[in-house]
Design a protein around this ligand. Structure first.
Ligand code: HEM
Length: 364
């Protein structure tokens, strides 16, 4: 005979894990049981999210990703996005906890905090959040803070071990960049004779097209708003300088500049000529990464709004400034190139002419 439902799902163990600090759920209020179950449900979903991301990352890490693998990656990233949407919605259940009912048991949680969710930290690390980007936590480096706390218990050492192992893995950001780096730009691929020059020409042509489009837009804005032309012109000039910095990767150290420029040119090319048959799946892949990160940002700011509603702006049980800290984390953008490119996109009629359409499966 095969397994029963309860044995297969190990329900006896699963349903015996809600005892809280007391180790006995009959001693807990219904509100506290709710608090524990909601958190555990999140952590179970995080477990699946990590598994999905690792398998998508591994497929994308191949030195040559076969075309049929991209739908697999898109499919699994899509599942992560759906889970994230569910997690965003699940904060509504948490919000049924009235502020005063939370205060009845909150203090005994100190110093426990969602900040120590090592699975969320693994998720950030696997996606590719740079340590340097992390917001200081209670005045200290956030991962260092977790390492210090983790040293005091066996569970903590396991948590820190997982964070360290995740840090040694390739990130989704880095494998995506390797893949973007190989994108044919105006028909030229890395290793082709004259590839550097081809990429440079595309970037320059694009920048000039952007300047022309911006000049038109400035005139139009000034004429239709009838406001201070100098202020608008200054804003457009700043935008143009930022575009230049991004396109020519002037913000990147010189040793890494050529690579960064090619990666950015790849994103820009895929986004600009998205209707080309060869770019159909690459474009969906970029869309799925943007959608995933958008959901993560929404998750962070939705959590902050829920926290504000339940505990206001007081200090967190983990010792951070609370809502202020959480709002700052909502500014993280791991796939920053995919976001930045959106500021620079041009209407089709302004794009540089496509060279070698045959490379992209497009006969003209
Ligand atoms: C009554 C409900 C909740 C309150 C009042 C609350 C409050 C907070 C506060 C104040 C922080 C900042 C760290 C600190 O100083 O403690 C935090 C962090 C965090 N919380 Fe919650 N939280 C609640 C529910 C949840 C739930 C249901 C989850 C689901 C997993 C969650 C996940 C997290 C995570 C992952 C962090 C770390 C954020 C980061 O460092 O980027 N929290 N929470």
């Amino acid at each position: 005979m095969g397994p029963t439902y309860w044995d297969y799902l190990k329900l006896d163990r699963l349903l015996d894990l809600q005892g809280g600090v007391e180790g006995d759920e009959t001693k807990l209020s219904t509100d506290e049981l709710h608090f524990i179950i909601v958190h555990q449900a999140y952590e179970l979903w995080f477990k699946l999210v990590l598994r999905e991301l690792r398998s998508a990352r591994t497929e994308l890490a191949a030195p040559r990703v076969p075309e049929e693998k991209i739908p697999f990656v898109v499919h699994h990233l899509g599942r992560v996005t759906e889970i994230m949407k569910l997690l965003v919605d699940q904060f509504r259940v948490m919000e049924t906890l009235a502020p005063q009912d939370f205060l009845a048991f909150r203090d005994k949680l100190i110093p426990a905090s969602g900040f120590q969710s090592f699975q969320l930290r693994e998720l950030e690390i696997l996606l590719g959040l740079d340590d340097a980007e992390r917001i200081a936590y209670a005045g200290a480096d956030p991962l260092e803070h977790i390492r210090t706390l983790a040293a005091s218990s066996p569970g903590g050492r396991e948590a820190w071990g997982r964070i360290e192992r995740a840090r040694a893995e390739p990130t989704l950001r880095s494998v995506l960049h390797d893949w973007l780096h190989r994108t044919p730009v105006q028909g030229s691929a890395p290793g082709d004779p004259g590839d550097d020059a081809a990429v440079e020409r595309f970037v320059s042509d694009y920048f000039h097209a952007l300047q022309r489009a911006n000049a038109d837009k400035t005139g139009h804005l000034v004429a239709s708003l009838g406001t201070d032309a100098a202020a608008i012109e200054a804003r457009m000039r700043d935008a143009e300088l930022a575009a230049r910095r991004f396109l020519f990767a002037e913000d990147v150290p010189e040793a890494e500049r050529a690579r960064a420029r090619r990666v950015r040119a790849g994103v820009l090319f895929i986004e600009s000529y998205r209707e080309l048959p060869l770019l159909a799946w690459p474009r969906l892949l970029l869309d799925s990464v943007v959608e995933l990160e958008a959901q993560l940002v929404i998750f962070r700011s939705r959590h902050a709004r829920m926290v504000e509603r339940i505990i206001g702006r007081r200090v967190g049980t983990g010792g951070s400034s609370g809502v202020d800290y959480l709002d700052q984390t909502a500014r993280y953008r791991i796939f920053s190139e995919l976001w930045s490119v959106r500021t620079l996109l041009l209407a089709k009629e302004h794009l540089p002419a496509l060279e070698r359409p045959d490379v992209y499966g497009f006969a003209r």
